[in-house]
Design a binder for this molecule. Structure first.
Ligand code: FAD
Length: 544
């Protein structure tokens, strides 16, 4: 059996090595257009920032080692030009000498990845304008910063690659301005969670222009970036990181079925519309297990898992890929930002009714030194099905997002989160971990013990019908209050109930939501119509 794999990085190289483990006799050929196979794309920004100092560390395995260790033939600088599905051949060009030849296959695997989107605007081809996808891209950026002694950069796009590049350039002494068309960075998370990232970027002296897009780049001292608002930003260099486009021209020309955004359609065995051709990674359309909708999720985790399944299928096993849920994580200076599942906008677009709760919890017991806060948002159905979670914090975010990701995969509900028995000792967690707490809170909401409102309702509420009650202690009020709120500290609430009008709905808040919950319970059991502000004043103040 001869398997040809097009694309030799995340998906392609993993397919090849798994296939070798499954079938010692298989003939396996990788065709890779670029100079390297199996490099660590995800590490590229960190070499620019000097965190990963040795460039070689990004080169996971060389073609020679792949041959010696796995008996896999990897041909770099070999581009697949076309596929003849009837003859089962690939037309290939050796880019080092221009020679073209035909390679036959029994099974073909497409893992061609994606290419950075270049916006169709004037100036994107000027020297000093870059994208980051490959080792040569990284080398070009590195050399430019060094040779030109760049001190200013404009990063177009506030997604995870844009943020990683921004951090790494800023750490290298380059003043970064991020331009983002949306009103927030990190589209997978909701606005109030992204607002914390905006504040942190500001704290780290990264300039951020939201709700503004790129209009043109001009060669002027050395570059001028004109934004759609008319604002002009002078810079030494521009990094375009506005997303990726699936690399599917080969598949299209071969007549394979294409789907969403030109992605390759695959079945659950990851076979394309031609049963002898498999496709994986950034180039494919895949089912989201929560929404049931087809999506394109250009991340390394799904690509490498799909690779294993394809290899197993080629080797004769019957393996299905169940789908993705969209779990991601990114470091933004001192913060970690992570999410899994669907966010509010996606749920609203799908027309799925949902509820959400926000907590500000510690990563471990507060009395143990070094505890740090994390904002944690959980989205769930009225029946308790977990739809998604988002976290922003300094420590412990990775652990919680992975617990929720696993819970979603296992089909667990918010009630299961209440009971999860998670590892605890003071340096690592709390007897009631943040995951348990958010489960308790969601359970409270679903059981009717607590009603919440979100930050974006505050300014819309009719003051004739609603009264805001701040239950923080007086010394906490200096950081701000909701206009017109009544202040009765939680400890005095039972004695001062007569100060609260029964004729109005009481909107309670404290700093993070917990005392607000306690106050809500007191008021509810005293006959008040009461709601608690989700995430407390902390979440509200991040966005206002
Ligand atoms: P790739 O790994 O891109 O491999 C595709 C290869 O196919 C390319 O090398 C290309 O040259 C080759 N190719 C294309 N067409 C042809 C052809 N016709 N002939 C021959 N070869 C061809 N994901 C995460 O999950 N976490 C992260 O932290 C993360 N960080 C990232 C940081 C950066 C800077 C970048 C660029 C990506 C990051 N990703 C991250 C995304 C991740 O790298 C991709 O999802 C993953 O590499 C996709 O694997 P793939 O095999 O589909 O494509």
């Amino acid at each position: 059996m001869k398997t040809v794999i097009i694309g030799g990085v995340a998906g392609g190289a993993s397919t090849a090595t798994r296939l070798r483990r499954m079938d010692e006799k298989a003939e396996i050929i990788i065709l890779e257009r670029g100079d390297f196979i199996s490099f660590a794309n995800c590490g590229l920004p960190y070499h620019i920032g000097g965190v990963i100092q040795e460039r070689e560390k990004l080169l996971v395995i060389s073609p020679e080692k792949l041959k010696n260790t796995f008996n896999i033939e990897a041909r770099v600088k070999h581009e697949a030009l076309s596929i003849d599905t009837k003859k089962k051949t690939v037309n290939v060009r050796d880019l080092s000498n221009g020679r073209e030849y035909t390679e036959s296959y029994d099974k073909l695997v497409l893992s061609p990845g994606a290419t950075p989107i270049i916006p169709p605007i004037p100036g994107v081809d000027l020297p000093g304008v870059f994208t980051l996808r490959s080792i040569p891209d990284m080398d070009r950026i590195n050399d430019f910063v060094t040779e030109k002694q760049a001190t200013r950069a404009v990063v177009i796009g506030g997604g995870f690659i844009g943020l990683e590049i921004a951090e790494n350039l800023q750490d290298r002494g380059v003043q970064v301005t991020i331009i983002e068309m949306l009103d927030q960075v990190m589209a997978p998370i909701d606005y109030e969670m992204a607002a914390m990232v905006h504040q942190h970027l500001d704290f780290k002296h990264v300039r951020l222009a939201l709700s503004d897009g790129l209009k043109a780049i001009d060669a002027d001292s050395p570059l001028n970036v004109t934004l759609q608002s008319g604002r002009v930003v002078g810079t030494d260099m521009v990094i375009l990181s506005v997303g990726v486009r699936p690399e599917t021209s080969l598949a299209k020309d071969a007549g394979l079925e294409l789907g969403l955004r030109g992605t390759i359609v695959v079945n659950d065995h990851l076979q394309t519309s031609d049963k002898d051709i498999y496709a994986i990674g950034d180039a494919v359309q895949i089912k989201n297990i929560i929404s049931g909708k087809e999506v394109n999720l250009p991340l390394a985790g799904p690509a490498s898992k799909q690779a294993r399944i394809v290899a197993d299928n080629i080797a004769g096993r019957d393996m299905a890929f169940k789908g993705v849920q969209g779990t991601s994580i990114v470091k933004v200076f001192d913060l970690t930002v992570a999410s899994t599942g669907l966010n509010s906008k996606q749920l609203a677009d799908l027309g799925l009714p949902f509820k959400d709760v926000i907590i500000h919890a510690s990563n471990h017991a507060g009395y143990y030194p070094g505890a740090s806060p994390m904002a944690f948002k959980l989205l769930f159905s009225p029946e308790g099905k977990i739809y998604g979670a988002q976290l922003v914090g300094v420590e412990g975010v990775d652990k919680r997002v992975d617990v929720i990701a696993t819970a979603i995969r296992a089909g667990m509900t918010v009630y299961d989160l209440e009971e999860l028995e998670l590892a605890y000792a003071p340096p690592y967690g709390s007897a009631r971990d943040a995951v348990n707490i958010i489960g308790f809170l969601a359970g409270n909401v679903l059981r009717g013990d607590l009603e919440t409102i979100d930050w974006n309702m505050v300014d819309k509420m009719d003051r004739e019908k609603n009264v805001f009650l701040d239950v923080r202690d007086p010394e906490e009020l200096a950081i701000g209050m909701i206009d017109g709120a009544l202040n009765i500290p939680l400890g005095e609430l039972r004695q001062r109930l007569n100060e609260i009008p029964h004729s109005k709905r009481v909107v309670v808040y404290c700093q993070v939501g917990q005392r607000g919950y306690f106050a809500t319970r007191i008021l509810k059991q005293n006959g008040f119509d009461v709601v608690n502000l989700n995430g407390g004043f902390k979440t509200y103040s991040h966005v206002t």
